[in-house]
Write a protein that binds this ligand. Structure first.
Ligand SMILES: NC(=O)c1ccc[n+]([C@@H]2O[C@H](COP(=O)([O-])OP(=O)(O)OC[C@H]3O[C@@H](n4cnc5c(N)ncnc54)[C@H](O)[C@@H]3O)[C@@H](O)[C@H]2O)c1
Length: 435
C-alpha cells in the first residue's frame, strides 16, 4: 500500500484518486475549493462521471480514500503527489499555469519528507523543469524531491475504464529511478509503459490530443465534400475505419470537438510552436475547420426553418459530448448564442448537464424532458449524441413540433427513415443532405 496525495479533485483528480485507492493505495485528495471537499465528505460529487460515485463511496468506506483542504495533512508522509489542477487557456492561447504554480508552491511549503511530484495536468513542454524550480524555491528547508510527468489520457464519460485500462502509461523524468517508482505504481493497470524524458512526455500528450482533433476535423472536411458530391460520410468513415492504419475511432462527422481538452490543447500547442517562430499550419486549420461547424449548423437550421427571427429552436443535448455534464467550450454555447443573435428563441434539454448549463446559457429556456421542449418548436437540432435521443419516440416528436424540422448535428438518425416519417431532415455529410 502506497501513500498518495492528489491535488485537485476535478474530472482527472477525483478519478485518479478514486482509482488509485481502488487499486489498494491510501489516497488523500486535496482541493482548495472548500465546498467541493465538504460535499465530497458527505458523498456528494462535484462532477458527473458514470460509476464514479460508487467507486468513491466504496473506497471512502474502506478507509483508503479521504478528502481535505489542508496541504499539511495531504503531503505528510506521502510518497507520490499528483498535481491534477486545471490548465485553461490564457489570453494569448497559452496554457495558464497559475494553478500548477500555486499547487507546486503549496506542496513545497508543506513537505517534510522526500517525495515524487507528478504532473498529471496537461502542461506545456518545459513545465516539469519549471515546477522543479518552483518547489526548490518555496521549500522552507531542503527536502529531496523528483519531478515526473505522467500525462492523463482518460476521456470524460468513460474515465474509470480509461484510467483502469489505459492504452499506455507515459512517464517522463530526468531521474530514471523516480520514473521507475511511478511505473511500479501503474503496474496493476497492465498497460505498456513508455519511459522518456520530461519534455518528451509533455509533448506526447499535446501531440496525441492534436492528432485526435485533427482526425475529427479531417472527417468533418470530408463530410462537406461528401455532401457536395452525394456520398454518405457515415459509410465512408465505416469503410475507412476497417483499415488498421486508420482505425474507426474519431471519425464521426458532426458539430466537431469541444470540451475541456482539445480546444485548449490544440491552441496551446500552436502557441508553443509560434513562440519558437514556427508556423503550425495544420493545427490552425484544424481549429478553423472545427469552429466553422458551429456556424454552419446555425446557417443550415435557419435555412430549414425558413429564417430564424421569431422562431423557436430546441437543442437536444447541451454537454460537449454524451455521458458528461462538462459544458466547457461545448458547441451548444456558440450555437445558442448565434441563434439568439439571429432573433430565435432557444430551448434546451440535456439528460445530465442542465444544472451546469443553466448559468452558462442564461438566455436558453431549459426543459425537463425532450418532448415538453419539442412542443411548438419550429425546429430541433441534435447537439449532443446522447443514447436517449437515439431512442426518442419520433412519431410523438413530429406531432409536437410546429413544423417537422430536425437538423441532426451528430448524424444519429437515418436520413431515409426520417424522410419517410415526414421530417424535413438534414444531417452532416449525408449525401446531397439526405435527399
Ligand atoms: N477533463 C479531462 O477529460 C482531462 C483529460 C486528460 C487530461 N486533463 C488535464 O487534467 C488537468 C485537470 O483537468 P480537469 O478537467 O480535471 O480540471 P477541473 O477544472 O475539473 O479540476 C481542477 C480542480 O483543481 C482545483 N484546484 C485549482 N487550484 C488548486 C490548487 N492550487 N490546489 C488544489 N486544488 C486546486 C480546482 O478547484 C478544481 O477542483 C488539466 O490540465 C487538463 O487538461 C483533463
Amino acid at each position: 500500500m502506497k501513500q498518495i496525495c492528489v491535488v485537485g479533485v476535478g474530472y482527472v483528480g477525483l478519478v485518479t484518486g478514486a482509482c488509485f485507492a481502488d487499486l489498494g493505495n491510501r489516497v488523500i485528495a486535496l482541493d482548495v475549493n472548500e465546498e467541493r471537499i465538504e460535499n465530497l465528505k458527505k458523498g456528494i460529487l462535484p462532477i458527473y462521471e458514470p460509476g464514479l460515485e460508487e467507486l468513491v463511496e466504496r473506497n471512502v468506506k474502506a478507509g483508503r480514500l479521504s478528502f481535505t483542504t489542508s496541504y499539511k495533512e495531504a503531503v505528510k508522509g506521502t510518497e507520490f503527489a499528483f498535481i491534477a489542477v486545471g490548465t485553461p487557456s490564457g489570453v494569448k492561447g497559452e496554457a495558464d499555469l497559475q494553478y500548477v504554480a500555486a499547487a507546486a508552491t503549496s506542496i513545497a511549503e508543506n513537505m517534510i519528507n522526500p517525495m515524487i511530484i507528478i504532473n498529471k495536468s496537461t502542461v506545456p513542454v518545459g513545465t516539469g523543469d519549471w515546477v522543479a524550480d518552483i518547489v526548490k524555491g518555496a521549500q522552507p528547508e531542503p527536502v529531496d524531491f523528483w519531478v515526473v510527468s505522467c500525462p492523463e489520457f482518460l476521456r470524460e464519460g468513460s474515465a474509470i475504464v480509461d484510467f483502469m485500462s489505459p492504452h499506455r502509461t507515459v512517464l517522463g523524468s530526468l531521474h530514471p529511478d523516480a520514473a521507475e517508482r511511478v511505473a511500479h505504481l501503474h503496474l496493476p493497470l497492465r498497460a505498456p509503459i513508455v519511459i522518456t524524458d520530461l519534455r518528451t512526455a509533455e509533448m506526447i500528450k499535446y501531440a496525441s490530443n492534436a492528432f485526435l482533433a485533427t482526425k475529427i476535423s479531417f472527417i468533418n472536411e470530408v463530410a462537406d465534400i461528401c455532401e457536395a458530391l452525394g456520398a454518405d460520410v457515415k459509410e465512408v468513415a465505416a469503410g475507412m475505419g476497417y483499415d488498421k492504419r486508420i482505425g474507426p475511432m474519431f471519425l464521426d462527422a458532426g458539430l466537431g470537438w469541444g470540451g475541456s481538452c482539445f480546444p485548449k490543447d490544440v491552441l496551446a500547442l500552436a502557441y508553443m510552436a509560434e513562440e519558437k517562430g514556427l508556423d503550425p499550419r495544420i493545427l490552425n486549420d484544424v481549429m478553423d475547420v472545427n469552429y466553422e461547424r458551429r456556424k454552419e449548423a446555425v446557417t443550415h437550421i435557419g435555412e430549414m426553418a425558413g429564417g430564424l427571427k421569431g422562431k423557436t429552436i430546441g437543442l437536444l443535448g447541451l454537454a460537449f459530448k454524451p455521458n458528461t455534464d462538462d459544458m466547457r467550450d461545448a458547441p451548444a454555447i456558440d450555437i445558442a448564442q448565434d441563434l439568439t443573435a439571429a432573433g430565435a428563441k432557444v430551448r434546451g434539454y440535456d439528460p445530465v448537464a442542465m444544472d451546469v448549463a443553466r448559468p452558462v446559457l442564461p438566455a436558453v429556456e431549459m426543459f425537463d424532458d425532450p418532448y415538453t421542449m419539442a412542443k411548438d418548436c419550429d425546429a430541433l437540432m441534435v447537439v449532443t449524441e446522447w443514447n436517449e435521443f437515439k431512442q426518442l419516440d419520433l412519431e410523438k416528436v413530429r406531432g409536437l413540433l410546429k413544423s417537422p424540422v430536425i437538423f441532426d448535428g451528430r448524424n444519429i438518425y437515418d436520413p431515409k427513415t426520417m424522410k419517410e416519417m415526414g421530417f424535413k431532415y438534414r444531417g452532416m455529410g449525408r449525401g446531397f443532405n439526405g435527399r
